[in-house]
Design a protein around this ligand. Structure first.
Ligand code: AMP
Ligand code: ZN
Length: 114
């Protein structure tokens, strides 16, 4: 998607502070951190949101979550705990329409979320 900011980050057309990368996914620091540690994990493939996931994405989604485990270790939040958030659609609060998982840590999280 030529006008997608996260596709541009995945293609290195826009800079980002990358914390993890492999053939299928990329993780980088959120530009407006909502916690001391706030990383976004995205597939390199343009998938607009969770609502567009298809059967063949099963492995990719599992891969993202296993990578999040490693990223949490790298960020030093694996023992204190963390939250994984996916905002889907308008009422879910999604603003960037390229699938991404927020990994948040370094402070106590509130419940219920806003
Ligand atoms: P969401 O509201 O769930 O769609 O989350 C989008 C997130 O992307 C927000 O937390 C933004 O701060 C973050 N964001 C937007 N543009 C950039 C960027 N260029 N680099 C890093 N994070 C970004
Ligand atoms: Zn995209």
């Amino acid at each position: 998607m030529s006008d997608c900011i996260f596709c541009k980050i995945a293609m290195k057309e826009i800079p980002a502070k990358v914390v993890y990368e492999d053939e299928h996914i990329l993780a980088f620091h959120d530009i407006q951190p909502a916690a001391p540690s706030h990383v976004l994990v995205i597939p390199k493939e343009h998938i607009p949101s969770m609502a567009q996931l298809e059967e063949h994405h099963k492995v990719l989604i599992g891969h993202i979550h296993l990578a999040i485990q490693d990223i949490a270790v790298k960020l030093g939040i694996h023992e204190t705990g963390y939250r994984i958030v996916n905002n889907c659609g308008e009422q879910g609060g999604q603003t960037v329409h390229h699938l991404h998982f927020h990994l948040l840590g370094g402070r106590h999280m509130q419940w219920p979320p806003g």
